[in-house]
Write a protein that binds this ligand. Sequence first.
Ligand SMILES: Nc1nc2c(c(=O)[nH]1)N[C@@H](CN(C=O)c1ccc(C(=O)N[C@@H](CCC(=O)O)C(=O)O)cc1)CN2
Length: 291
Amino acid sequence: MWAVTALVLDGKKTRDELFESFRARVAALRDRGLVPGLGTVLVGDDPGSHSYVKGKHADCAKVGIESIRRDLPAEITQAELEAVIDELNADPGCTGYIVQLPLPQHIDENAILERIDPAKDADGLHPTNLGRLVLGADGPLPCTPHGIVHLLRRYDVPLDGAHVVVVGRGVTVGRPIGLLLTRRSENATVTLCHTGTRDLGAEVRRADIVIAAAGVPGLITADMVKPGAAVLDVGVSRTADGLRGDVAADVAEVAGHLSPNPGGVGPLTRAFLLGNVIDAAERDLARSDSV
Ligand SMILES: Nc1nc2c(c(=O)[nH]1)N[C@@H](CN(C=O)c1ccc(C(=O)N[C@@H](CCC(=O)O)C(=O)O)cc1)CN2
C-alpha cells in the first residue's frame, strides 16, 4: 500500500459543478424554442465503446439534452456508414453528434470524420475545427483536452510557463492537447512523447505536468515523476484485472496533484461533449438573432 500525498483532481465533482451551469443554459435555450439534441454513432460491439456511449446519453438526460442513437453492426460498409452521417447532417433535431472511436479496421475513419458537418461536430475532431484550433479561432474544442485544461485550472495548477510532457500521440488527446496548452491564455511549453521517444523516463522527469495518454497500463512509474509534479492519468486499458490507467499506483507518493482513473479526466470528456452541443446551439441562436 502506498502513502498517498498527491492532491486528487476530482473529475466527478468538477463534472457535477459543470452540469449545474449546463442545466441552466439548456433551460434557457429551450425557453427560446431551441432544443439541443446529441447524436451518437456506434459501430460494432466493443464493450468500452458501448459503455461510453451509454454514459453520454445518461449525461444528456441529466442536463435536458435530447438523445439520438445510431447503433450499427460491425459489418457495416463505408457507404452505409456515410449514409448514416448524411442523415444526421440533415436531421434538424440533431444539433451535434459524434462518431464513437475507434471504428472497425475496414472503415476509413478519417473519411468519416471529414464527412461530419463541422457545425454539428460535437467532438471538435473535424479537420475544419482542428484547423480553427490551430488558427486560434472560435469553435468546438476536442473534449478530453478541454477537460484536462479545465481540471488543471479548477485545482489552480499553474500553467503559465509550466513544462508539460504529454505521453501518447492519438487524435483524441495527444495531438490536440499541445494546441490548447500552448495558446497564449495557457502559455505552457509542451513536449510530445510517443513510442519512438528514446528516453521516456528522462523526458517525463523534466515535467511540471505529465499527461499520460498512451493506453499502456502502469507506464508512468514513481521514479519517472519529479516530486510535486501534477500527473493526469488519461489512458485506459481493459485488462484481465479490470480497467487500468497509464499511471502506476506508487506515483501518488511523489506527485503534487494526481487525477484518478477512473474518476479523473473521463467524466470531463463526457461533460465537454455536452458543453460543445450547448455552445453550438447558443451560437445558432445568436446567429438567428442577428439576422
Ligand atoms: N468520438 C470519440 N471517441 C472516443 C473519444 C472521444 O473523445 N471521442 N474518447 C475515448 C472514449 N471516451 C469518449 O468517447 C471516454 C472515455 C472514458 C470516459 C469515462 O468517463 N471514463 C470513466 C470510467 C468509465 C468506465 O468505468 O468504463 C472515468 O474515467 O471515470 C468517458 C469517455 C475514445 N473514443
